[in-house]
Design a binder for this molecule. Structure first.
Ligand SMILES: O=C(O)C(=O)C[C@]1(C(=O)O)C=C[C@@H](O)C=C1
Length: 432
């Protein structure tokens, strides 16, 4: 089935959506067909693509309607609060037609009856012992898939073709969590995800930092002299910019949606003049050879990902927490200075500040009789600070921030990733 994605900058992603049935090609991604709303008729996930899978996914979508007014907080981090809804117990008569068909065979009448609740339905274990479903952007083998595995070991990672789709997968209960990149030590912020955090109502429930070790991948037998094009995610291209030049490659750089998708494209299109920048796992998955290993410009290349959920976690004080906020302020003198002072006075360290043009009020025109018309932007500010919302000093800081701002939202208060730093194993590119 074809993935038609309206925001596709070139036709590469369109082609990536047409997956020939070769065992090199990993499961199809969730795709979006018309900007908003998941394309339920077209979506295939790593869950499988059988009729029963499709029907159970529809049941999950239908159950959302029932479950929307339930507003319990997921303190376990398990996503258990929607178990009853996806189990079909609260479905209406019409919903029964899309209750998944069991594959045990035999007693068809029994399969059509709603299952009685058992004691295990009430246990808080995630999804009745099934793994947590975690949406990420990209194809299998993408760094985001590795980040999902680091954040939630043993999870079922669900590939999505756009960041927006990963947000929607969680909102529509197709997935329990999303794991999305927000910044990289070389390439900087992934602005698209900052904008999406604001547009969607999901909560940040955690963060993971992933060392990113890039490889130059090509079809078996291809030598670097044959190459005239390198394709990858724009972040990956920028993280390898100098090394590509140092390797003496006179190649055009072309941006595509994700690193693993680039590798898959080279493999499925049998491109002998094109290499992809992607992970060693992508090389294995798509049957490519590693032409050069460790081609990131800095061995300490790391990408920070955030985990998103429908419900916030309850902040605690027994371990280091980080809190992410976004705010806008009206006109006034030194407002940003005053806001930041609210943290400084309480010895709260900021780990990140990012400004993005305000989508709804992008440009203000000011008539100036002397000079003409002056234009300036209004901004949304994203700030991460090292404190938990359970701490009084953080609550007081935000109470003060609120006085100076016209808009303030806490995106999440969550445990900091304290994993000891382990740089990538190669310090410079090894050519093979
Ligand atoms: O393309 C991928 O593999 C991704 O997971 C995306 C992404 C990104 O958006 O920054 C993630 C980590 C690396 O920094 C490069 C690309």
């Amino acid at each position: 089935m074809q993935a038609i994605s309206p925001s596709t900058p070139n036709n590469l992603k369109y082609l990536l959506g047409t997956r020939p049935s070769t065992n090199r090609v990993a499961p199809n991604r969730i795709t979006v067909q018309c900007g908003y709303g998941l394309d339920s008729a077209n979506f295939h996930t790593s869950v499988g693509s059988s009729r029963a899978d499709w029907q159970s996914s529809c049941a999950i979508l239908a159950s959302k309607v029932v479950s929307q007014d339930q507003s319990s907080i997921d303190t376990t981090g398990s996503g258990a609060n929607h178990v009853a809804a996806v189990n079909g117990h609260k479905t209406s008569i019409t919903d029964l037609s899309i209750v998944p068909i069991g594959n045990s065979g035999g007693d068809n009448n029994r399969q059509l009856q709603p299952k009685p609740l058992t004691i295990s339905d009430l246990s808080p274990s995630p999804m009745h012992g099934s793994p947590l479903r975690v949406a990420y952007q990209g194809a299998p083998g993408a760094y985001s898939e590795a980040a999902a595995g680091k954040a939630y070991p043993n999870c079922e990672a669900i590939p999505c073709d756009q960041f927006e789709v990963a947000f929607q997968a969680v909102e529509l209960w197709i997935s329990d969590r999303a794991v999305l990149p927000v910044e990289n030590s070389l390439g900087g912020s992934i602005h698209r995800n900052y904008d999406l955090l604001l547009r969607h109502r999901l909560h940040i429930v955690g963060e993971v930092q992933l060392p990113v070790h890039h490889c130059l991948l090509a079809l078996p037998g291809v030598r670097k002299e044959y190459l005239n094009r390198v394709i990858s995610h724009p972040q990956a291209l920028s993280q390898c910019e100098h090394t590509l030049t140092k390797l003496g490659l006179k190649v055009a750089r072309e941006a595509v949606d994700d690193t693993a998708g680039a590798a898959e494209f080279v493999a499925t299109k049998n491109l002998r003049d094109t290499a992809a920048i992607a992970s060693a796992r992508a090389a294995e998955l798509y049957g490519l050879q590693v032409l050069a290993d460790g081609i990131q410009d800095d061995p300490n290349n790391v990408t920070r990902f955030v985990m998103l959920a429908r419900e916030p976690i309850i902040p605690r004080t027994d371990r280091p927490f980080k809190t992410s906020i976004v705010f806008a302020h009206d006109k006034g003198m030194s407002v940003l200075f005053k806001v930041l002072s609210a943290f400084a006075f309480r010895d709260i360290s900021l780990t990140k500040i990012e400004s993005r043009p305000h989508r709804n009020r992008p440009i203000r025109l000011v008539d100036d009789a002397n000079v003409g018309t002056a234009k300036h932007f209004e901004y949304m500010f994203y700030v991460d600070f090292e404190a938990s919302m359970a701490e009084v000093r953080a609550q007081n800081a935000l109470a003060e921030v609120q006085e100076f701002t016209s808009f303030l939202r806490v995106l999440g208060s969550y445990p900091m990733d304290m994993t000891p730093w382990s740089p990538s194993s190669c310090s410079s590119a090894d050519l093979h």
